[in-house]
Design a protein around this ligand. Sequence first.
Ligand SMILES: [Zn+2]
Ligand SMILES: [Zn+2]
Length: 240
Amino acid sequence: MNILRRILDFILPASCSYCNDSVGDSPIPYFCSTCWADFDLIYGPVCPCCGRPFESPEALSHSPEHECSPCRLSPPIFDQALSVGYFEGPLREAIHQFKYRPCRSLGRPLGEWMVNNVRLLTDIDVVIPIPLHTKRLRQRGFNQALLLAHAMSTASSIPLSWDNLVRVRPTRPQVELTGEERIKNVAGAFAVRRLNEITAKRVMLVDDVFTTGATMNECAAVLKDAGAAQVVAFTLARAL
Ligand SMILES: [Zn+2]
Ligand SMILES: [Zn+2]
């Protein structure tokens, strides 16, 4: 495969999907090494519940458990949400290429980036990707959340469960909808097949992008109904 890529690059030099410069000898498909190193990490104070970055660095200095006002007004069903980077710039482009091109070969480097830039949670029993409906899976050919969850599971040695949480009806892409519509769109869309595998378990749900958290919240509700002790919503990137 490498030889084939070298021949192709020689005939038609590949350009970076983000900056259009030559990808050179970058090991990442469709991205130059400079753009890949330029993903915008989330650091600084965030809401301990939903992971929303606080504008003021002082936000948590006096009360580390201080939650953002949306979480105080309407507490999410998941226990905690964490994202690694901001859904902006080259990371946004990489996720877009990964999902919609679709470019499955970006799954591994994105998964590795996710793992390399996060403190892995030790008190988790099982990693579960947000499932696609079979119709969408057939169109895309792979579930992007499963590829990321697999990377998390491999790096942490936490077992992966890929077929227990299922999407029981097709839904519209959340990206087309507003906040309220997103909640309705995913209501009742998920189910757990084998409840006994969830009872009393601490679950890490994995997806690519966290926007309003509607999908994560709906899956967390189904998992909590199935007896999950804790649900952590983990994503590659957070949209603001
Ligand atoms: Zn570039
Ligand atoms: Zn919050």
